[in-house]
Design a protein. Structure first.
Length: 113
């Protein structure tokens, strides 16, 4: 599925301690057959769910080489959290249903018009 390398993927329920530069190495550690250099991360933000404890993050990304795990006709995949040392399962999707925060804005920078 060579067209899949042009798809935007979203991954939800990432650990809240991840920074943008650590997302690709982290994903390479939990997704088989992918190297950090195969992942281009475009955004990272806190989840919009205020009831989530501990908080998680959401990222958008593309793969230069789509891993076999994601090279299917599915639109959502679950990476079991327990096997990756996570509190929650990581959820990868291409349907992008619902809200996807793209960045975090410091509280002092919020403005109203």
């Amino acid at each position: 599925m060579s067209a899949d390398r042009n798809k935007t993927y979203r991954i939800r329920q990432l650990p809240c301690i991840l920074t943008l530069s650590r997302v690709a190495p982290f994903l390479a550690s939990i997704i088989p057959d992918v190297a950090p250099d195969d992942i281009r991360v475009f955004s990272l933000a806190l989840s919009l769910n205020p009831l989530e404890i501990p908080a998680t993050k959401v990222a958008t990304l593309m793969f230069r080489k789509v891993p076999a795990t994601l090279d299917t006709d599915d639109t959502e995949w679950v990476i079991p959290g327990e096997s990756a040392g996570l509190v929650r399962d990581a959820i990868i999707d291409v349907h992008l249903q619902g809200f996807t925060p793209l960045n975090d804005v410091p509280d002092n920078d919020h403005r109203m018009e």
